[in-house]
Design a protein around this ligand. Structure first.
Ligand code: F6P
Length: 347
């Protein structure tokens, strides 16, 4: 069988490891792989410029390389004129018996919808945000956490030297997994996530309490999607707003706002560092390479077994197959027990 592979949404360390694993396992199982460039755009367009032959040779040497050799986009096929029809037509025209969609909530949301309409599709869970349900972890998350943790470690020494408060803004649109993991790993004094409205009085109170105990610097980790609670103050963290085809705003500004408020309210000199796309770029950690490889192998096996409408998922230590619909039903937000644990180390 010939199988199409696409990578959609924000890129993520480990995408190439998945592609390589699908092709290598697919080769053993008699699958012929074709890459579709730029996510759903590639399948929607279907032209030669959007096709890439994937063989053992073309995927050689990409395991450790960040980004995706297929390119990506936030194209939503259901927002395109005639999108649904063109996707089915191109699948038939390119003689593709199945599709492997590697993506997060948006890419897999579209895959789940196509699955209900009869497309033979299998999903692989990708996002540095780790906010997909149905799987314990997405690949890419571990790399993002490692990068953020290293940044927090580095911020510690400069914060201490200058007796400053350092605000570190990390990614996490709707879920604060990167903030809470890197915050705990990096020993942050305050961790702020989208799941819990930010109470500025509490944040400043914690910092003041810490400084009155003799500490003269503090580290605050904030997820880009964190919201300042009504009643204390509000911020519009959608500065530079713009909507993508899946209706998401482009976030930005919460770290800078927070830094300004902390300095104004506490009198402590405060700086902000926005890690941004550095968290998504570059080589995946060993953990993510292994996870991505396991996902890719399982996805190829699901296709070979004609077990469609599923997503490869990590459940405990096993790679399971869960219904795509389950994976995209709701976002997986931060386990609040982790936030409780983090509180032990705040203030
Ligand atoms: O979805 C992953 C993510 O990295 C989010 O954390 C972030 O809000 C968004 O992508 C940024 O997207 P873009 O690459 O379009 O700036």
């Amino acid at each position: 069988m010939k199988v199409g592979i696409l990578t959609g949404g924000g890129d993520c360390p480990g995408l190439n490891a998945v592609i390589r694993a699908v092709v290598r396992r697919g080769d053993q199982l008699g699958l012929e792989c074709m890459g579709l460039r730029e996510g759903w755009r590639g399948l929607y367009d279907g032209g030669a410029a959007f096709q890439m032959r994937l063989t053992r040779e073309t995927v050689s040497g990409i395991l450790h390389i960040g980004g995706t050799i297929l390119g990506t986009s936030r194209t939503n096929p259901f927002k395109k004129e005639d999108g649904e029809r063109r996707v089915f037509e191109n699948m038939a025209r390119l003689n593709l018996g199945a599709l492997i969609a590697i993506g997060g909530e948006d890419t897999l949301g579209a895959a789940a919808k196509f699955s209900t309409k009869g497309l033979n599709v299998v999903g692989v869970p990708k996002t540095i945000d780790n906010d997909l349900s149905g799987t314990d972890f997405t690949f890419g998350f571990d790399t993002a956490v490692s990068i953020a943790t290293e940044a927090i470690d580095r911020l510690h020494s400069t914060a201490e030297s200058h007796k400053r408060v350092m605000v570190c803004e990390v990614m996490g649109r709707h879920a604060g997994w990167i903030a809470v993991y890197s915050g705990i790993a990096g020993g942050a004094d305050v961790i702020l996530v989208p799941e819990i409205p930010v109470n500025l009085d509490e944040v400043c109170g914690n910092i003041q309490a810490r400084h009155s105990r003799g500490k003269n610097f503090s580290i605050v980790v904030v997820a880009e999607g964190a919201r300042i609670a009504a009643g204390t103050s509000t911020t519009d963290s959608t500065i530079n707003a713009g909507l993508d085809e899946f209706g998401h705003v482009r976030l930005g500004g919460v770290g800078a706002y927070l830094a300004g408020e902390i300095e104004k309210r506490t009198g402590f000199e405060t700086r902000v560092t926005v890690l941004g796309h550095i968290q998504r770029g570059g080589t995946p950690t060993a953990h993510d390479r292994v996870l991505a490889t396991r996902y890719g192998v399982r996805a190829a096996e699901l296709v070979a077994a004609s077990d469609f409408g599923k997503m490869a998922a990590l459940r405990g230590t096993e790679i399971a197959a869960v219904p795509l619909a389950e994976a995209v039903r709701e976002l997986k937000t931060v386990d609040l027990r982790l936030m409780e644990l983090a509180k032990t180390f705040s203030g």
